[in-house]
Structures are given as C-alpha cells and as structure tokens.
Design a protein around this ligand. Structure first.
Ligand code: GAR
Length: 196
C-alpha cells in the first residue's frame, strides 16, 4: 500500500476528494495532511476523515525559506510517504526541497499548462479572451508549474464569466482529475489523464 502525504494551505476541497478516493479498492492511503497555514479550513476536514494533521507555519520562519523547508521535511518524513500531493499548497518550493522528493511529488494547478503558470490564472484566461480554461496535474520539478503534465481537464469559458464563476467551474473538474491522476501515479502509470 502506497502512502500519500497531502499538503494544503486553504479549504482543502481537492484534499478531501483525494482522501475520499483512497478507500477500499485503491493502492494508496492518506497518511498525513500538512498545512503551512494554522487555521486552514482543510485541517478540520482531514481530522474528520481520521487523517493525521500537522502544521508548519511559514510565518514562524520570517523569510528563512531554508529553515521552513527543513522543518517541512523533518515533519513529513516520519510519515514515510511514497508520494506528496500538493493540493492548494501556496508556497513556492526550492530545488533542494523538490530534489528531496524527486519523482514523487504532484501538484494541481488551475490552468491548462503550459499556459498561465503562477497566480490569477482564471483572470488571465478571461482577459486573454480564451474560449477554454481548465486545470492540470503535473509532476513537481524545480521549474514553477513546469514539470511533466500527468493530466488535464478542460471547461468552456462562457460570456460574462468572472474569476469566481470560472474558478468554480474549473474546481469541479479538479475534483475529478486529481484522484484519477493519483490512482494512475501510485500504480506506476504516468500516461496522461485527459478529461472530459
Ligand atoms: C485549487 O483551485 C488549486 O488548483 C489551486 O488552489 C485551489 C485550492 O483549492 N492551486 C493553486 O493555485 C496552486 N498554484 P482547495 O483548497 O479547495 O483544494
């Protein structure tokens, strides 16, 4: 059975979908939900699902990124995860951290990568006049939002869309895409999942 640690910063809806999928007929189990934000809504959801939680607050490190990442590693590694799934984890990670978990870290990003790396993806898609948007799950490498793409889901951009309306439509797709990619990934299958 593979062991999955999930890293969050906020509400954790993707984390919940990953955890709910990892029951019964699944080759992995969630062993940890970690947040860098002490009051992240997802922490209570993880506890309700019976998953151990940890907090490593980046604010305690006051710009000391190396110290923050060392604390992350020393908190995560006792749980012996095979895979780290970033699910709305809003800290940029250094190549040292990424290297420590090389080949076993995934991220979900709310755009059709390679378009719109970074923040404000939905506003940028609307402002560009794109007719479709979506989300991507990719392997994490040292390049921000730049690792190999393991799955994508597309949605239309419709007239009058706002950041809120488009992000809500994309989030529905995220909830289907991430569990599907994780299932394949923990089984050693890196062929991309393409939805719908
Ligand atoms: C999701 O939309 C995810 O794609 C995004 O944060 C949201 C987290 O929602 N991630 C990023 O923007 C990463 N750069 P959730 O906490 O409800 O899963």
């Amino acid at each position: 059975m593979k062991r999955v640690a999930i890293l969050i910063s906020g509400g954790g809806s993707n984390m919940v979908r990953l955890a709910e999928d990892m029951i019964d007929d699944h080759p992995a189990r969630p062993v940890l939900v970690l947040s860098n934000v002490p009051d992240a809504g997802g922490l209570a959801k993880a506890r309700a699902l019976g998953i151990p939680t940890e907090v490593v607050n980046h604010r305690d490190f006051k710009g000391d990124r190396e110290g923050f990442e060392k604390a992350l590693i020393s908190t995560i590694d006792p749980y012996e995860p095979d895979v780290l799934a970033l699910a709305g984890f809003m800290r940029i990670l250094t190549s040292e951290f990424v290297g420590h978990y090389a080949g076993r870290m995934l991220n979900i990003h709310p755009s059709l990568l390679p378009k719109y790396k970074g923040l404000h993806t939905h506003t940028r898609a609307i402002d560009a006049g794109d007719t479709e948007a979506g989300c991507s799950v990719h392997e994490v490498t040292a390049e921000l939002d730049g690792g190999p793409i393991l799955g994508q889901a597309r949605v239309p951009v419709v007239a009058g869309d706002t950041e809120d309306s488009l992000s809500a439509r994309v989030l529905v797709q995220e909830h289907g895409l991430y569990p599907a990619v994780l299932r394949r990934f923990v089984s050693g299958d890196r062929s991309p999942v393409l939805l719908p």
